[in-house]
Design a protein around this ligand. Structure first.
Ligand code: CO
Length: 459
């Protein structure tokens, strides 16, 4: 059976290991080689890349996409899209979501991997529909989690629903790297007997399970996996492309990857990695294996957040209490997958419950919005006492939250003086302050260049 590889070095590996700080100029020279390695797709946009380009790298993310597209002519470019949240954590009106997807497709994205943190598919409906309208590949995503209410039947029903929405393929997203090999095997089998669509698995090496998980997933019929070129693999990133390719070929699977080209790619990234380590951008610690997530059943990132929160409050001695409270809060909230922003929401509330000594005496605004239904529908039942206590007589909404939002694109376009095109307006809607700062800097930079050119001519 053929196994497809999605290379994550430009997006998830970059995000997981060095907080997405790799500037375009650092990887520009390897793009054509990446294009010839035989990858199914190259994940290169979405997630934090957009934010990081504007905030730290003084790069226009749209321009970055076009420049990648100009060099990557054969391999499909892939992005990660948070459905109605686009790239952030709040819901945007439908006109903005459609405009964003349309421009991303025109800019060069071939595959849209679309997810919602709560697996409430009403929140990916519009992004999905626009992807289909643009003629691009729509990959419907499920955020993987374990809980008393999540089981194989539930996941099989979810993929059926995605199929009926018209997706071209399915992705199972194990953002915390907690899926074990047997779970993967059973899950892929269940999905494969429920739908005929290609299935891709996304996980992280954090807990050390990932390569085993991939191998068992493929044994069960999984069609594609996400990996990172070896110098940017492991730890919080994905397992290594070369190792998986080697192992899978040995086991009799087919891949389209060319080992010689993979070596070239890795030889290119090796010295970059050394540079990032010596500048302190890459902390070698994140490339290690961290198994605490398995015993606590919470993602590694969430655990380190809890620890730093408690240290900041001089209350690290309460860690065990908070770890005991966390699954209770999650149960009260109807077992949301512990992915951003839910992981923060649950963690902060559990900490408050412990430190105030009274459960839900103080409730964060985020939890209030969640209970109002503004993030979507919880996977399970939310504790009704909690709803009553926090919302009083207010009724949570049961419709899609974005239905309550006014169109925003044209209004933002009128307001924004520095926008040169619709893409600028979209950057601004997604990250208002950062985009405005970026536009100002761009004006300044360019006016400097113009003055320089004129004075050169006068000489
Ligand atoms: Co990931």
């Amino acid at each position: 059976m053929k196994v497809n590889f999605t290379e994550t070095v430009l997006r998830d590996a970059n995000q997981s290991l060095i907080a997405t700080r790799m500037p375009f100029s650092d990887f520009e020279a390897i793009l054509e080689t990446l294009d010839h390695a035989g990858y199914y797709s190259l994940e290169c946009w979405g997630g934090a890349t957009f934010d990081s380009c504007l905030r730290y790298l003084s790069e226009d993310p749209w321009e970055r996409l076009r420049k990648i597209k100009a060099k990557v002519k054969n391999t499909k470019l892939q992005m990660l899209l948070r459905g109605q949240n686009i790239l952030g954590y709040k819901h945007y009106p439908d006109d903005v979501v459609r405009k964003f997807v349309a421009h991303a497709a025109q800019g060069g994205i071939d595959i849209f991997r679309i997810f919602d943190a709560l697996n409430d598919f009403r929140n990916i409906e519009v992004a999905l529909d626009e992807t289909l309208k643009q003629g691009a590949h729509a990959q419907g995503c499920i955020c993987y989690t374990t809980s008393p209410i999540h089981n194989l039947d539930k996941y099989a029903a979810m993929v059926k629903q995605l199929e009926s929405m018209g997706v071209h393929s399915i992705c199972i997203k194990d953002m915390a790297g907690i899926m074990g090999p047997q779970e993967a095997y059973d899950l892929i089998k269940a999905i494969k007997s429920s739908v005929k669509l290609p299935v891709f698995l996304h996980t992280h090496s954090t807990t050390g399970l990932a390569p085993m998980t991939y191998v068992k997933a493929i044994e069960a019929g999984c069609d594609g996996i996400d990996t990172a070129i070896s110098s940017f693999s492991g730890g919080t990133s994905q397992p290594s492309t070369e190792s998986l390719n080697y192992a899978l070929k040995q086991m009799g699977h087919e891949t389209d990857l060319n080992e010689k080209v993979l070596k070239e790619i890795n030889d290119f990234f090796k010295p970059l990695k050394a540079e990032y380590v010596s500048s302190g951008l890459l902390d070698p610690f994140v490339m290690g294996t961290e198994t605490d997530a398995l015993s606590y059943q919470i993602p590694g990132g969430m655990l380190s957040n809890l620890i730093s929160q408690l240290k900041a409050q001089d209350a690290i001695d309460r860690l065990n209490d908070v770890l005991a409270e966390t699954p209770k809060v999650r149960a009260d909230m109807g077992y949301p997958p512990l992915v951003t922003p839910m992981s923060q929401m649950v963690g902060v509330q559990a900490t408050i419950n412990v430190l105030t000594g009274e459960r839900y005496k103080n409730v964060t605004n985020e939890v209030k919005s969640y209970l109002r239904g503004e993030y979507g529908k919880a996977p399970g039942e939310i504790n009704s006492d909690l709803i009553r206590q926090v919302l009083d007589d207010e009724k949570p909404i049961t419709t899609r939250y974005a239905d309550t939002l006014e169109p925003a694109f044209e209004k933002a376009k009128k307001e924004l003086k520095l926008a040169r095109n619709d893409e600028d307006v979209l950057s601004y809607i997604a990250f208002p302050q950062i985009a405005e700062k970026f536009f100002n800097e761009r004006e300044e930079r360019e006016s400097r260049t113009v003055t320089y050119t004129i004075s050169k001519k006068e000489e």
